[in-house]
Design a protein around this ligand. Sequence first.
Ligand code: MF3
Ligand code: CO
Ligand code: CO
Length: 267
Amino acid sequence: MTVSIKTVREVAGIRAASQMAAETLILVGDMLRPGITTEDINTFVHEDTLKRGGIPAPLNYHGFPKSVCTSVNEVVCHGIPGPRVLQNGDIINVDVTTIFEGFFGDTSATFFVGEVSDEARHVTEVCRKSLDLAIQEVREGAKLGDIGAAIQGYAQGQNCSVVRAFVGHGTGRTFHEAPQVSHVGKRGTGLRLKAGMVFTIEPMINLGGYEVEVLADKWTAVTLDGSLSAQFEHTIVVTKTGCEVLTKRSRPLKNSEEHLAAALISG
Ligand code: MF3
Ligand code: CO
Ligand code: CO
């Protein structure tokens, strides 16, 4: 599969959709607390997206029944919102994808529900940092394998594993397009990156083994060993000297990035 190079106008469209998704995700962080249901998150994301003039991309995508993915604890990705009540100590990934004027923006984060265990915090922080390290690899001339190598090297060094069964993806006028962005790999191998390529990086990091299974609902992916799993996702565009994070947040996420907020305040 060939990987398209987006025009400046196309990147502007993806940026607009990405910024809408990022703002919705920020507001999800504000509403999270023990006692709400994943359905409450779905209702909020659906209505907030429409209010902004967007369309929630997950709804009816290959039959997905809801407007956002909500993946709690051992759920790796594609959790379906429903009556589940969030409990103190849970971690939850919320994955928002917005379509605006025909372009897709895709971003997710893992949040803490109340006070969480050291293990839950560890897998979440390892995942957050692995995405940051991967983003730092991206520039024209780098290889796709550099991204996977950065994530895998860091996460495995922190006694975590990297999910293989799901990958990042090109995006633009379609939700998922070439290239596939593996979160494991060897430095110096794979596709050579060019300015104007747009794709997501969305590592799923487990406390136990990397194997996953998909539940009978055909969507919910869980860790095979029941261990905790975290995920963060950004949509990025490659540039000559680095990359632009199209889903960059205008402020740190409540219930996930408070340490970053504190760092901003203290300088
Ligand atoms: N947002 C997910 C991704 O990062 C895809 C969700 S597909 C859905 O690629 F159908 F489950 F919504
Ligand atoms: Co994605
Ligand atoms: Co996503």
